[in-house]
Design a protein around this ligand. Structure first.
Ligand code: TRP
Length: 387
């Protein structure tokens, strides 16, 4: 593992003036330059040799790796080394329940499920209801608790193995989290937290403690297994600041540094920014009915030309098209997606056709998902960390 500290050269998230984008754990805007994020955050690019290694172990490369949606990592190679030496790892991911779940949220969960199936790993899934209460000016505990209950159904509908999956709800499970949180918090200074998260004198003190709570599931597996246990975190890249502070305290506390694989964001159906559940009209929610899905997608921004004849003549721009991105990362195979891009650029594909493809695929996927989500209502207690 690298000897230098992950909290060196910090800035609170990354604000990239040239492309006018901003990435922090609570806010993502503008068009994100992912190569630059790797540089600024000091992570590693997921390269073909790493994917080849993964393929040699599990026999396949998941489309979310192949399409580059998961593009960056910390110590994923180390996790594979450990695994090949016979050491099992836990998976850890989570959700801030600030609204209903949309398609973008499912992306890291798909990969997490794939990894659980392939490596037979236990999974800790953290619902940070405290985070969303503390960070959202207008959020009440009551509202956040409702979203927590709703979001848990989505997690269960993903099909994680019940005997290997535990959902932690911070405010409910705090008794199990707090002793480790205190150990972690004691080792992070306010000055580090300010530098990493951009906290100021007007930040409420709940938020200042919170990063210690999100760090806990990185070490909890070591307590459960009663020996240092590797943990792999699939998450969107905006969560990286949390893992940097966690990695800095890990070895001092006798644990392994948690490894990460980082995803891009699924864009909003509007022009820029990531899909956000606080803007429901710009996101396809897992609970939307087919009419709503079709309607939202029909209104989506695209990389196309203003008229059909211009599109035929000039071609469209899939690089700046949420409809193309959704199809690429959720439904098309990498090969289909590349063909779609070629046809679009050459003017042989119209936005209406892509929207139609996305609508019908989304309706098909979500109607199955909604059945599993409905069944999940009777299964919640099976998945909770503690009763
Ligand atoms: N902070 C995350 C959010 O706002 C929730 C979260 C907690 C999480 N632990 C995690 C996400 C681990 C990914 C991995 O959504």
């Amino acid at each position: 593992m690298e000897p230098n500290s992950d909290t060196d050269n910090y800035s609170p998230g990354v604000i990239n003036r040239e492309s006018d984008s901003e990435v922090t754990p609570w806010y993502v805007s503008g068009s994100v330059d992912y190569a630059k994020l790797i540089e600024k955050f000091g992570t590693q690019k997921i390269k073909t040799d790493l994917l080849d290694r993964l393929k040699a172990i599990i026999g396949e490369i998941h489309p979310l790796f192949e399409s580059g949606f998961f593009f960056s990592h910390r110590d994923f190679d180390w996790i594979l080394d450990q695994y090949q030496k016979g050491e099992r790892f836990y998976l850890y991911t989570g959700r801030g329940p600030s609204g209903m779940v949309h398609l973008g949220h499912l992306m890291p969960w798909f990969l997490t499920k794939h990894l659980q199936d392939k490596f037979d790993s236990p999974l800790l899934f953290q619902m940070t209801d405290d985070e969303k209460f503390l960070f959202g000016q207008d959020n009440t505990m009551e509202k956040i608790s409702q979203f927590t209950q709703e979001n848990i159904l989505d997690v269960i509908a993903m099909g994680f193995k019940p005997e290997k999956t535990k959902i932690i709800v911070d405010t409910k499970d705090i008794k199990s989290l707090y002793p480790l949180a205190a150990e972690i918090a004691k080792r992070i200074t306010f000055s580090t937290a300010k530098a990493v998260f951009g906290f100021t004198n007007s930040t409420n003190i709940g938020m200042i403690l919170f990063p210690a709570i999100q760090a806990v599931p990185c070490f909890l597996p070591s307590l459960i297994e009663e020996r240092p246990t590797p943990v792999l975190i699939p998450a969107a890249i905006d969560q990286d600041p949390y893992w940097r502070v966690t990695r800095d305290v890990a070895e001092k506390m006798g644990y392994y540094k948690p490894s990460q694989i980082h995803s891009k964001f699924l864009p909003s159906l509007e022009q820029s920014g990531k899909m956000s559940s606080s803007k429901p009209e710009a996101a396809v929610l897992t609970t939307d009915d087919s009419e709503t899905i079709e309607n939202k997608i029909s209104l989506a921004y695209t990389g196309g030309q203003p008229t059909v004849s211009m599109q035929r003549r000039l071609g469209g721009n899939p690089d700046n098209c949420p409809v193309y991105s959704y199809l690429r990362y959720l439904f098309d195979s990498p090969k289909e997606s590349n063909e779609r891009a070629l046809k679009c650029r050459s003017g042989n594909l119209l936005c209406g056709e892509c929207k139609h493809d996305l609508s019908s695929q989304s309706v098909k996927f979500l109607s199955e998902f909604q059945k599993r989500r409905e069944n999940a209502k009777d299964r919640v207690s099976e998945f909770l960390y503690k009763e």
